[in-house]
Design a protein around this ligand. Structure first.
Ligand code: ATP
Length: 353
């Protein structure tokens, strides 16, 4: 049984289609990241799930119950906003207990639960501190604790870590993931940061221009991107235009590659990650190699990055320092594209949407 089903959810603002037919099944206990560039519709999608925005079309179902029309306060979801929306004049404990107070819980129960929740977010002993006296990371934890106060069915967070500095942000990503694993609560986080999504998510939902391009585990999104947008947005990749010339053979700038999974004919786009491209000294023989010239090389300590001109196109390759061939900038070399590393995608013009 799916915990949450999005069935063709659409949101229009006048002529702007912010979310276009989003369909997704989210099983119980998953950590989901809605990932995409600014304006792709991820906040609008989260707000529709939360009940803060009415869909223009489609349905939202939780545990087989249609909640498309249910008001936000009856959905029993916990939400953390980018702004955190804490009450500055209240203490950390009062902020956390606020949802319990409006449900009529007694003072002792409020206090007990606030302390439990502060333990849960690893912030014990600050119940009586005004939130205005807490650091950014501490306030973040208070907002998370408050959203969990009513034991929600679904935990929704909109760019929760974006106000934190890089180091704290990384630490909080790991902490949030561990907290979610301890609680087993289905969680949906909006982020534009692919590293953040890869760190936390069981399921990465990649969006662009209001559409879901792919929803898959992080390594699948990385290794088997559904289209050119996903391949390009997640990490670095080499995109090569190709034309299938014979069964299993594709002509690309600078030569020919032999690959499985090619269509019988027509144009294709190949995506090959830089760490999969193998750099060889010039003149060495082998399958699936193209000749090129080294245009730039940089030593990054743990790895070496090559920029190679192949028939006027730049190919990026990353190797271990010990595998680096003896070549100087401007010198010839050959680059190998192992068949298993080449993801065959539809050509640019035909990609969805
Ligand atoms: P960001 O990361 O910048 O917050 P996002 O991916 O969350 O972007 P949304 O905020 O969901 O994107 O916006 C998607 C599209 O819908 C944008 O083109 C935006 O301008 C438009 N939009 C969002 N809210 C409204 C609104 N209330 N009225 C009109 N247009 C809106």
């Amino acid at each position: 049984m799916s915990a949450l089903v999005l069935d063709g959810l659409t949101k229009r603002y006048g002529s702007v289609v912010a979310v276009h037919g989003a369909s997704l099944r989210i099983p119980h206990g998953q950590f989901v990241c809605l990932l995409g560039p600014s304006g792709c519709g991820k906040t609008t999608l989260l707000r529709m799930i939360a009940g803060l925005e009415d869909p223009s079309g489609g349905r939202l179902v939780i545990d087989d119950k249609d909640i498309t029309e249910a008001p936000a306060h009856l959905r029993e979801f916990g939400m953390v906003f980018q702004s955190l929306a804490l009450f500055p004049h209240l203490t950390a404990g009062e902020n956390i207990a606020y949802p319990l107070r409006i449900r009529g819980a007694g003072k002792a129960e409020q206090r007990k639960r606030a302390e439990e929740l502060l333990e849960l977010v690893r912030l014990p002993g600050v119940a009586d501190r005004p939130v205005s006296k807490l650091s950014g990371g501490q306030r973040q934890r208070v907002a998370i604790a408050r959203a969990l106060a009513l034991k929600p069915k679904l935990f929704l967070l909109d760019e929760p870590l974006s106000a934190l500095d890089a180091k704290l942000r990384e630490a909080m990503q790991i902490e949030l993931k561990q907290l979610q694993q301890r609680l087993g609560i289905t969680t949906i986080v909006v982020t534009h940061d692919q590293r953040e999504a890869m760190t936390m998510a069981d399921l990465v939902v990649v969006m662009s221009q209001g559409r879901i391009h792919q929803a898959a585990p992080p390594m699948e999104v990385y290794r088997q991107p559904a289209d050119a947008f996903v391949a390009d947005f997640i990490g670095l990749t080499n995109l090569l235009d190709g034309e299938v010339t014979a069964p299993g053979a594709v002509a690309v700038p600078g030569g020919q590659l032999h690959l499985p999974n090619l269509p019988p004919s027509g144009r294709v786009l190949l995506s090959v990650r830089p760490e999969e491209v193998i750099v060889h000294p010039a003149g060495s023989d082998g399958p699936n190699r193209l000749n090129g010239r080294l245009s730039f090389m940089r030593d990054l300590g743990a790895s070496v990055e090559f920029r190679i001109d192949v028939a006027g196109r730049e190919i990026v390759a990353v190797s271990r320092p010990q595998d680096r061939p003896p070549v100087e900038p401007g010198g010839p070399l050959s680059v190998e594209f192992p068949p298993a590393a080449c993801v065959v995608l539809p050509p640019m013009a035909e990609r969805q949407p």
